[in-house]
Design a binder for this molecule. Structure first.
Ligand code: AHR
Length: 504
């Protein structure tokens, strides 16, 4: 059997595990909101019309932060359409997804949902068709305590206390020609800086995210971030990254190594941001909000226009995920954790139905897609600090990423509880790999606490409404702790998590 190894050192800390790494995304798109998280009349709907089965799965997934309300949707959205008495809310065209937005759910409802789901909100403002004034208006509505027109409107609508939303996205993907109100980097940089300054005058403590590139394949990748940050460096805290991965033309080897691209993406944007900071002689560091990432079979999506007129909550982008997709998602989380020094927030796109870990049927059940499992387990087990995890492992050749490691892993260590957790993937398509983790630098007795694997003889297996638990985690079989060495056999195309307790 092939072998991989690493030595863990409790003192070799990358950064704390950031709770905001386990963010998600709810966009008014397809059935994410309507018949996803909101479905009055569903047998499991609560008094607010929220599906309690989806709420329970959201909590089980371990989501900490949710970006809302878009996405491409936000670039044409009027937030005020979604407040006040429902019967008076207008129906509007959503140009991004060629749908009708009924506005039954708006910010007040979403804040209520977020409270029940126990998640923080990251709110995106419309800088596509709108600007500084509308960003200030929605901020006044949600965060101003009282005594002004819009804070009193919120109070009249039933929310006496301000919502205290801290993280704000300054628009969405404005580098993309598909975006309503698409801009050049110069135009967007000026607008983002002006909006950030205004929001900061209203509330200095906000954490503001400037739009970075919509993907690393954009022609303006890198130069977009440079120009935007030249305008906005002093007034923003984050630049965003977005990345979606899929298996193209049967090239599973490249797909399984998607995290290599994510690593490169993060390293490039950190270098770009730091170079702007150096030129500005700034001591401040801009962090990364990786606020859209996932597997998405984008090449299968033909767009919505002309399909069905202007539907309400159509079934679009409801990708069904298999075992290989889940392994890639687990690996992307490994990459995000590894970069916890600079990636301090991240959102898997999206939460329900639309490229999502949770699926629902209207009037029917909700279930966990394959990608639910590595996310939930990583969110549950990653605690304390991320450790530098340098692997010695065999490599293989890929068409997209060159020579890459067969195994990828990251470890976390919680000094308080003594928990050491190793997250690992085996990208080999036919053979297992034995991973040995040397723990001799940890004082005390090492005890195996739990070990989980996601793997299957059929890597194309999926979870469906008829077979919702076809793919789940199972207890890892070949795992042992022998003195200072943890040994775990990683099956082909697999994701695993092993937790050890080190007692002093
Ligand atoms: O998550 C789906 C879409 O992907 C979002 O609306 C957009 O921001 C991105 O292009």
């Amino acid at each position: 059997m092939r072998a991989a190894s690493c030595v863990l050192d409790p003192a070799a800390v990358v950064a704390p595990v950031r709770r905001r790494t386990f963010g998600s995304f709810v966009e008014h798109l397809g059935r994410c909101v309507y018949t996803g998280l909101y479905e009055p009349g569903h047998p499991l709907a609560d008094e607010d019309g929220f599906r309690t089965d989806v709420l329970a799965l959201t909590r089980e997934l371990g989501v900490t932060l949710v970006r809302y309300p878009g996405g491409n949707f936000v670039s044409g959205y009027r937030w005020e359409d979604g407040v006040g008495p429902r019967e008076r809310r207008p129906r509007r065209r959503d140009l991004a997804w060629h749908s009708i937005e009924t506005n039954e759910v708006g910010i007040d409802e979403f804040v209520r949902w977020a409270g029940k789901a126990e998640v923080e909100i990251m709110y995106a403002v419309n800088l596509g068709t709108r600007g500084v004034q509308e960003a200030l208006d929605v901020h006044e509505y949600v965060n101003h305590p009282e005594g002004t027109a819009l804070s009193e409107l919120r109070r009249a609508n039933g929310a006496a206390k301000p919502y205290g939303i801290t993280m704000w996205c300054l628009g969405n993907e404005l580098d993309g020609p598909w975006q309503t109100g698409h801009k050049t980097a110069h135009e967007y940089g000026l607008l983002a800086a002006a909006t950030a300054r205004a929001l900061r005058s209203a509330e200095p403590g906000l954490e503001l995210v400037a739009c970075g590139s919509s993907s690393s394949s954009m022609p303006t990748f890198g130069s977009w971030e440079t120009t935007v940050l030249e305008h906005a460096y002093d007034v923003v805290d984050y630049v965003s990254c977005h990345a979606y991965y899929e298996e193209v033309d049967g090239d599973l080897g490249s797909f399984l190594a998607s995290a290599v691209d994510m690593d490169h993406f993060v390293d490039s944007i950190v270098a770009t941001a730091d170079s702007v900071g150096a030129r500005l002689r700034s001591k401040k560091k801009i962090n990364i909000s990786f606020d859209e990432w996932n597997v998405w079979y984008l090449s299968r999506f033909q767009g919505q226009e002309g399909d069905d007129g202007w539907p309400v909550a159509p079934r679009i982008i409801e990708d069904e995920y298999n075992v290989a997709d889940a392994v890639v998602v687990g690996n992307l989380l490994i990459s995000l954790l590894r970069h916890s020094d600079r990636v301090t927030a991240a959102c898997q796109a999206q939460l329900v139905n639309v490229i999502a870990p949770i699926r629902t049927e209207p009037g029917g059940p909700a279930w966990r897609q394959t990608i639910f499992h590595p996310f939930a387990k990583t969110a549950a087990l990653a605690r304390g600090s991320v450790l530098h995890t340098r692997l010695d492992a065999p490599t293989y050749a890929t068409a997209k990423h060159g020579e890459v490691s067969l195994v990828d892993a990251v470890a976390t260590y919680d000094a308080e509880s003594g928990d050491v957790v190793v997250f690992a993937v085996n990208r080999d398509q036919s053979d297992p790999v034995e991973l040995t983790v040397d723990l001799h630098l940890f004082d005390g007795e090492r005890r195996l606490a739990e070990a989980w694997t996601l793997a299957d003889d059929d890597i194309r297996a999926t979870n469906t409404v008829d077979e919702p638990d076809r793919v789940t985690l199972r207890a890892a079989e070949a795992v042992s702790v022998d003195g200072a060495a943890l040994r775990v056999v990683l099956p082909p195309v697999s994701w695993s998590a092993v937790r050890l307790e080190v007692s002093r």
